[in-house]
Design a binder for this molecule. Sequence first.
Ligand SMILES: Nc1nc2c(ncn2[C@@H]2O[C@H](COP(=O)(O)OP(=O)(O)O)[C@@H](O)[C@H]2O)c(=O)[nH]1
Ligand SMILES: [Mg+2]
Ligand SMILES: [Zn+2]
Length: 299
Amino acid sequence: MPKGLIVAAFGRHFTLETEDGQRLQAHARGKRSEAVVGDRVQWNTTQTGGEIQAVIESLQPRRNLMHRQDLMRTKSFAANLDQVLMLVASQPLFSESQLTRAMVAAEAADIELVIVLNKTDLPDAGLARERLKPYVAMGTPMLELSIKHGHQDSLEQLAPRLQGRTTLLLGASGTGKSSLVNLLVPRAQSRVGELSQALQAGRHTTTHTLWHWLDDKRSGALIDSPGFQEFGLQQVPAADLARHMRDFRPLLGQCRFHNCQHRQEPDCAVTAAVADGRISAQRHRIYLEILQELQTQRW
Ligand SMILES: Nc1nc2c(ncn2[C@@H]2O[C@H](COP(=O)(O)OP(=O)(O)O)[C@@H](O)[C@H]2O)c(=O)[nH]1
Ligand SMILES: [Mg+2]
Ligand SMILES: [Zn+2]
């Protein structure tokens, strides 16, 4: 059976790239469509009214899988990634809660996350850098860009990071995702300044996800999900949350109680570190917020 790569997903409809580079419209066999962009699949063809359609017969085992949060539930949306590029900006100033959620999701899937601070040409960049300090201190790689005003410099910074890898691009609306896609994949023609489709068309829009080859296939790929709004974390067991927080990790095992949840327990190594500034209070507050969610709304 021929093999292929899923390069676009629009709800239950897919685009499949064959091994010789042809693109075919594809659907999944059966009612459930579990394929996501980045999946390697085996497929067959069917012919409906002269049009050749591919049918996805089976998925090859995945190296990893990322989830997003829908209004209703957590859904998988990209697989077999080498890294996540989390775009943040100084204007609008990024949300630490969103950044932390992205980092937890990436840690839980065992995928490296790189923070990309964009719009460093703006006066607020200093504030954004200040806010990112704890994230850099815990070992998160970070790049600084000004995509709009420094094309060549941005390309030079990004190229070695993206070389030969499959990268998932994420970031809130307005951070410069479309500008970044256009810089790296000129033929993609992503519309700059456009609100994300999910925001524009309302709650029932299906998020679509697209795979873009960079230059030639050896130089890597960028996965873009323009309607993306929120990470799904429901697949993460609440008891695992603390070890997905890199700054908490060195302290785990040092609390009085082995099952400490690092809330208000006595002799908690994490809250002690918050009290003396080794861990940012904001990170601890976000941890408690996510923990609460994971403990109350499991489905
Ligand atoms: N000042 C500044 N503006 C930028 C930069 N990169 C993108 N923008 C602007 O930010 C706005 C949102 O960019 P866009 O690429 O559409 O972001 P998206 O919503 O994440 O896809 C647009 O008006 C861009 O021109 C940058 O490096 N500096
Ligand atoms: Mg956009
Ligand atoms: Zn503790």
